[in-house]
Ligand binder design. Sequence first.
Ligand code: CMP
Length: 138
Amino acid sequence: MSNITFTMIKPDAVADGHIGAILGKIAEGDFKIKALKLTQLTVADAKKFYEVHAERPFYGELVEFMSSGPIVAAVLEKDNAVEDFRTLIGATNPAEAAEGTIRKMFARSIGENAVHGSDSDENALIEARFHFSGREIF
Ligand code: CMP
């Protein structure tokens, strides 16, 4: 796999009924869906997925929130996928996100910020493999 990124539609956006609209923005952005599922992280899954943030003051809150309800996990393909997807979703804090970005349109707050996007090609692969087996990625 190359030119991929990994995303989650987070529990806030799923609960707020934004799955369809966010998948629409992803399609408009010319990303191809390679894998997709509705699932829920256990507390242990969320701790492991976000372990790079274990020392941050918001880690406990982040783990609790990310395991609090269903998410949509997806692997997306496009040239320059990681950077282009981060542009599409906007800044981590929706108050600072550009107009028209997914976080500006759908996020509740910096913690409950609607979507995740991988921060590097290396992490995109690690995150995709964390959530999907080989036979679930097309
Ligand atoms: P994400 O892109 O999924 O990666 C790490 C997450 O930590 C980030 O999105 C935010 O949801 C969360 N996060 C970052 N900074 C803060 C903060 N100051 N307070 C609460 N959550 C945060």
